[in-house]
Write a protein that binds this ligand. Structure first.
Ligand SMILES: *Cc1c(COP(=O)(O)O)cnc(C)c1O
Length: 377
C-alpha cells in the first residue's frame, strides 16, 4: 500500500490553463490580470476595502509591521502557540514580543489574559485564528479600542471562516493570508495583505512596490513614478496568481470537500476518542470554521509520540506543531520562562494533525480512520 502523506498541495487541473494564459498575455511580473482577479475574489470573500497579493503571509505580516510603524522598544502581544512568522515580522522592526497563553478549548489567544500583558509600550495585538476557528474578536477589539492598539489578524488558517457571521480577516485594521502549499488554497508560496482601514491603502501599495508610487502612476494619478518611501518587493509573479486563481475561483468546491473530510474524521473517531481520553477539536457555536486542519489532543507527550510512530509504521504520516515560541531560543532571549504560558506548553506536547488535504481520497481517509481506530492509547 502506498504512503499517505500528511499534506499534498491542492490541485484542481485548471492551474495549467491559467498559467498558459498568463504566459500568452505577455505579462508574468506582478499585478497582471490574474493578480487582479485573485484580489477581487478575496475582497469579496472577506468584504475588505483592499487585498494586495504578496509573496507570502510572512511578507504580508512584515508589511503590516511597516505600515503600523512599529519601532524598537514597541511591544506587541501574540499567542505563543503560532508559527514563527507571526512574531518574527514584528521583531524584525525591533518590537519586543509579549506572549499570551491560549484558551484550552479553541487553542486561540486567551483574551482574558490581555489586560495583564499591557504596558505603556504596547502598540498592537496579533491574534491568530487557529485552525480557522475565530478568536473572541469582540473582547480583543474592545481591549484594543480601550488602549488605542492596532489589531492585525494572522488569518493564514482562516480564509472563508467567520465569527458571529462576519468573515475572519475583516476585524483588524489589517489581516494576512497565506497561500503556502499547506494551506486551503495555494500557489506554493504566496500570501495577501488584507486592508480594512482605508488609511493604509496608499502606503501599502508603495511599500509593496519597492517604495515607489508605481501603482498610482499606472492608474494615471501621477505623471511619473519615483522613489517616495521605504519599501521592498512583495509582489508575486502573475504566473503564481494564475495558479492561485484556479483555486480561488473554485473556493466553494474546495471548502465543500474539506468540510466533508473534516466531518468524517470527527464522527468516525468520536467514540474511540471518548474511550481513549483523546480530545477532538472544539468549534464554538458562534464560529464558522474554515476546515483548515484536523487535530487530536492526547493525554500525554509519550502517548502522542507513540501514536505518530505507530501510524508511521502503517505508512501514514501525521505531524505535531507549534513548539511554544516563548521557550524557543529567540523567545528565551526575550525573557520567556517555562510556566509563562501553561496551556501552550501542555497543548504543544499533546497535539497531532491527521492527513488532511483537498485531494485526499475517500479510500485514503478510510485507511487512516481504520488505523486510528485500531490504536489503543
Ligand atoms: C503558514 C503560516 C504563516 C506563514 O505563511 P507563509 O505564507 O509561509 O509565509 C504565518 N502564520 C501562520 C499562523 C501560518 O500557519
Amino acid at each position: 500500500m502506498s504512503k499517505i502523506p500528511f499534506n499534498k498541495p491542492p490541485f484542481l487541473g485548471s492551474e495549467f490553463e491559467y498559467m498558459r494564459e498568463a504566459i500568452g498575455s505577455g505579462h508574468i511580473s506582478g499585478d497582471g490580470s490574474f493578480t487582479k482577479r485573485c484580489s477581487a475574489v478575496l475582497e469579496g470573500l472577506i468584504g475588505a476595502q483592499k487585498v494586495l497579493l504578496t509573496t507570502s503571509c510572512t511578507h504580508a505580516l512584515e508589511m503590516s509591521a511597516l505600515l503600523l510603524e512599529i519601532r524598537p522598544g514597541d511591544e506587541v502581544i501574540f499567542p505563543s502557540f503560532t508559527f514563527v512568522s507571526t512574531v518574527n515580522a514584528f521583531v524584525l522592526r525591533g518590537a519586543k514580543p509579549v506572549f499570551a497563553d491560549i484558551r484550552p478549548d479553541t487553542l486561540n489567544l486567551d483574551e482574558t489574559r490581555l489586560e495583564r500583558l499591557l504596558s505603556p509600550k504596547t502598540r498592537a495585538v496579533v491574534p491568530v485564528h487557529y485552525a480557522g476557528v475565530g478568536c473572541e474578536m469582540d473582547d480583543i477589539l474592545g481591549f484594543a479600542a480601550r488602549h488605542k492598539l492596532a489589531v492585525v489578524e494572522d488569518n493564514a488558517h482562516g480564509l472563508t471562516g467567520s465569527y458571529k457571521g462576519k468573515p475572519l480577516g475583516s476585524f483588524g485594521c489589517m489581516a494576512t493570508q497565506s497561500f503556502h502549499e499547506t494551506k486551503n488554497f495555494s500557489c506554493g508560496e504566496g500570501g495577501a495583505l488584507v486592508i480594512n482601514d482605508p488609511e493604509y491603502i496608499e502606503r501599502a501599495e508603495i511599500i509593496r512596490e519597492k517604495g515607489t508610487n508605481r501603482s498610482r502612476f499606472f492608474r494615471g494619478m501621477v505623471d511619473k513614478y519615483t522613489w517616495v518611501d521605504i519599501g521592498s518587493s512583495y509582489l508575486p509573479s502573475d504566473m503564481l496568481a494564475a495558479y492561485l486563481y484556479a483555486q480561488l475561483e473554485q473556493w466553494q468546491a474546495i471548502q465543500a470537500r474539506r468540510k466533508q473530510l473534516w466531518e468524517k474524521y470527527d464522527s468516525a473517531l468520536r467514540d474511540w476518542a471518548a474511550r481513549s481520553g483523546v480530545r477532538q477539536p472544539f468549534i464554538p457555536p458562534n464560529c464558522q470554521q474554515s476546515y483548515h486542519m484536523y487535530y487530536l489532543l492526547f493525554p500525554t507527550l509519550a502517548q502522542r509520540q507513540s501514536f505518530i510512530e505507530r501510524l508511521k509504521e502503517r505508512d501514514i504520516l501525521s505531524v505535531f506543531h507549534y513548539l511554544p515560541l516563548h521557550l524557543s531560543d529567540m523567545g528565551l532571549r526575550f525573557g520567556g520562562k517555562a510556566g509563562d504560558c501553561p496551556v501552550t506548553e501542555r497543548v504543544s506536547d499533546q497535539l497531532v494533525r491527521l492527513p488532511f488535504f483537498y485531494n485526499l481520497t475517500d479510500a485514503e481517509q478510510d485507511r487512516v480512520i481504520e488505523v486510528v481506530l485500531s490504536q489503543a492509547v
